[in-house]
Design a protein. Structure first.
Length: 92
């Protein structure tokens, strides 16, 4: 198991920061700082073990109320950025 950690600052959501831990191409764990605690705990449990491409496909474009984004959409953006950077500059 080769875990990689990403820290992602969100934009336009109540959740200001996401800490994502990946195992290969799967979500190992995720922590949302801020936002709706119950909903985000539920999302966290659902995401564990999911393939990041599936997460992107399901979450990309989801909005929250009148906002143009949401916590799930921001997670998709985080994972897209991770995949774009061949040097994995988001990884710590």
């Amino acid at each position: 198991m080769a875990l990689k950690s990403i820290q992602y600052r969100t934009q336009g959501t109540c959740c200001g920061l996401m800490n994502v831990v990946l195992d290969e191409n799967k979500i190992y764990d995720i922590e949302f700082i801020g936002g709706c605690p119950g909903n985000l705990k539920g999302i966290r449990e659902l995401l564990k073990g999911m393939d990041i491409d599936s997460v992107i496909e399901k979450f990309q474009g989801i909005t929250c109320g009148a906002k143009s984004t949401s916590c799930p959409d921001q997670l998709a953006k985080c994972l897209i950025e991770f995949k774009k950077h061949s040097d994995n500059s988001l990884v710590k």
